[in-house]
Design a protein around this ligand. Structure first.
Ligand code: AMP
Length: 191
């Protein structure tokens, strides 16, 4: 069983590479962004709260997102035992600590953090391109720049956090989708 965090800035290719990892390693996918967008579509109270943060390029508060993650893990116990890919979570140090505890309580742990490293200007280009295709309300230039700022301030310290634990795998996120996936596989196959 393999539990992986796919890590990187918005636009670094987390979703794309997650799809390939799920298929190759038969993992259960948990994307907190997808869970929030589903709440927004269904018009739930949580969705209304989350939309305010998402459209500002800000993070949803830790307590809220940690509760959501715990719920998803509990609702999918069976599938989660085969291994999970965490996509878009953790995004802060308190979230990483909570994840460690949630997994320890379930007798498991994170095996590796796959960090997709992509230069800033390429990230903006990719986000705007995705916005044209997906219609995601937060994929416009103003929100994209705010999301990158949020990433630098609150999320990027997780790289050092996981490096210290010996779990961070740096992957060059520039290149073809399959070429990047090969680098990820090479790195994970040494686990
Ligand atoms: P994503 O699809 O992962 O890019 O997430 C889209 C937006 O959802 C983010 O910009 C945040 O506003 C919110 N979000 C998703 N995951 C988290 C998280 N782990 N912590 C806080 N906010 C999150």
């Amino acid at each position: 069983m393999l539990n992986i965090v796919i890590f990187g800035a918005p636009g670094s290719g987390k979703g794309t590479q997650s799809d390939k990892l799920i298929e190759h390693y038969n993992l259960f996918h948990i994307s907190t962004g997808d869970v929030l967008r589903d709440h927004i579509r269904r018009g739930t109270e949580l969705g209304k709260t989350a939309k305010g943060y998402i459209d500002q390029g800000q993070l949803v508060p830790d307590e809220l997102i940690i509760d959501i993650l715990a719920q998803v893990l509990d609702d999918n116990k069976e599938q989660a035992t085969q291994g999970v890919i965490f996509d878009g979570f953790p995004r802060t140090i308190p979230q990483a600590e909570a994840l460690e505890q949630l997994l320890a309580d379930r007798g498991t742990q994170i095996d590796a953090v796959v960090g997709l490293e992509v230069p800033e200007e390429e990230l903006i280009k990719r986000i705007l391109l995705r916005g044209q295709m997906s219609g995601r309300s937060d994929d416009n230039e103003e929100t994209a720049r705010k999301r990158l700022e949020t990433y630098h301030n609150q999320t990027s310290p997780l790289k050092a956090y996981y490096e210290e634990k010996g779990k961070y795998r740096a992957i060059n996120g520039l290149g073809s989708i399959d070429g990047i996936f090969d680098l990820i596989k090479e790195s994970l196959d040494t686990l």
